[in-house]
Design a protein around this ligand. Structure first.
Ligand code: FES
Length: 368
């Protein structure tokens, strides 16, 4: 009998304790109504305090970028806070540069709202919405990259080629909470009712495992966006673009947008690096685009072409880029556009700056 009574008493006591903690939290941490003033009062939100800034704003349909769902592990939710919200937390510091800290940039998910607050966010964030989409089509473009087309139904989206969306991953298997991950948009801005993403399987990755294992045509998903400032400048300088794998996405969007809108008088060189032939995709589409567009040059390169029938460039994409910058594209004003891992971006930055492209003229979309 005591085997039953003891656990019962413990569970009752635990329940009472949890209730006391919850009531105490509500009484002690009752911050009352607070005001969030955005962009010098352009918008004001009145809401009960106590939650973090990221969650509070999203409850009012203002979305800061977030790739970790507010767990303080992505550093994406930056915004400028112009009122006093206390010292930086140790969880914020690794994601902020000294310059950002001087500018009072904070991580929205780490700011608990205890009193009125003033913030500044880019106006473009007012265009960010949560979309309920249906998966219209999934295509395996390589052994580990899926092209996923989402239909937004009657909703319209306005974005600039190069921007990204956050895909909301519902709980599955042992993953108990919704997760969000950022993916560059690969579709053209002119298609306002669809969003296409290229999603490469990352072994052990929560989002990519879900996409590659569970997501199927007809499924309903949530997307938040558009976000980002990676876009082609409105100049006539030569664009030197470099990507690998799913880094193809923003360039696909930019190239087809530029071609469609006759923005075709500037030279564009697109270097696409892959390990072997099975990692290459869209070769025919891009070769076709090159045929129709004399200023566009597509340079796919394989780092491990051994034993393959391959007539294109071979070697690390940085070496191929270096070769071309020294011999073929060695004059004129140039801008760099990079999409890939931090390592790839740093290596390409070094090659570009060594070949005379100024650091301030190199734009990038860095994978986390
Ligand atoms: S949302 Fe990821 S760090 Fe704030």
């Amino acid at each position: 009998m005591e085997f039953i009574i003891a656990p019962l008493i413990i569970s009752i006591l635990t329940g009472i304790l949890a209730a006391i903690i919850s009531i105490t939290d509500k009484i002690v941490n009752n911050y009352g109504e607070i005001t969030i003033s955005i962009n010098n009062g352009k918008k004001e939100i009145k809401i009960d305090g106590g939650e973090n800034l990221l969650t509070t704003l999203s409850s009012k349909e203002i979305y800061l970028p977030s790739a970790c769902g507010g767990r303080g592990s992505c550093g994406a939710c930056k915004c400028k806070v112009t009122s006093d919200v206390g010292e930086y937390l140790p969880t914020e510091i690794p994601y902020l540069t000294k310059e950002e800290m001087k500018e009072n940039i904070r991580l929205g998910c780490q700011i608990k709202l205890k009193k009125d607050i003033s913030i500044e966010i880019p106006d473009s964030l007012f265009n960010v919405k949560k979309y309920e989409a249906v998966v219209e089509k999934i295509v395996d473009v390589t052994h580990d990259i899926k092209e996923v087309l989402f239909n937004l139904g009657n909703e319209e989206i306005n974005f600039t080629a190069g921007m990204y969306m956050q895909l909301c991953i519902p709980p599955y298997d042992k993953i108990k909470n919704e997760t969000q991950r950022a993916y560059s948009i690969s579709s053209k801005p002119s298609d306002k009712h669809h969003i296409e993403l290229l999603i490469r399987l990352v072994p052990g990755g929560i989002a990519t495992t879900w996409v590659h294992t569970y997501l199927k045509e007809g499924d309903k998903v949530k997307l938040i966006g558009p976000f980002g400032e990676f876009e082609a400048t409105p100049t006539n300088s030569t664009m030197i673009c470099v990507a690998g794998g799913s880094g193809m996405a923003p360039f696909k969007s930019m190239l087809y947008h530029m071609y469609e809108n006759n923005i075709n008088d500037r030279e564009i060189w697109y270097f696409f690096g892959a390990r072997t032939k099975k990692d290459l995709f869209y070769l025919e589409e891009l070769a076709e685009l090159q045929e129709k567009w004399p200023n566009f040059h597509f340079v796919p390169a394989l780092s491990e072409p051994e034993g393959e029938e391959w007539k294109g460039e071979s070697g690390l994409i940085t070496d191929v880029l270096d070769r071309y910058l020294k011999t073929i594209i060695n004059s004129g004003y140039k801008e760099g556009y990079l999409c890939g891992s931090p390592g790839m971006i740093n290596a390409c930055n070094n090659v570009m700056t060594a070949n005379g492209i100024k650091l301030e003229n190199i734009y990038y979309d860095k994978f986390a």
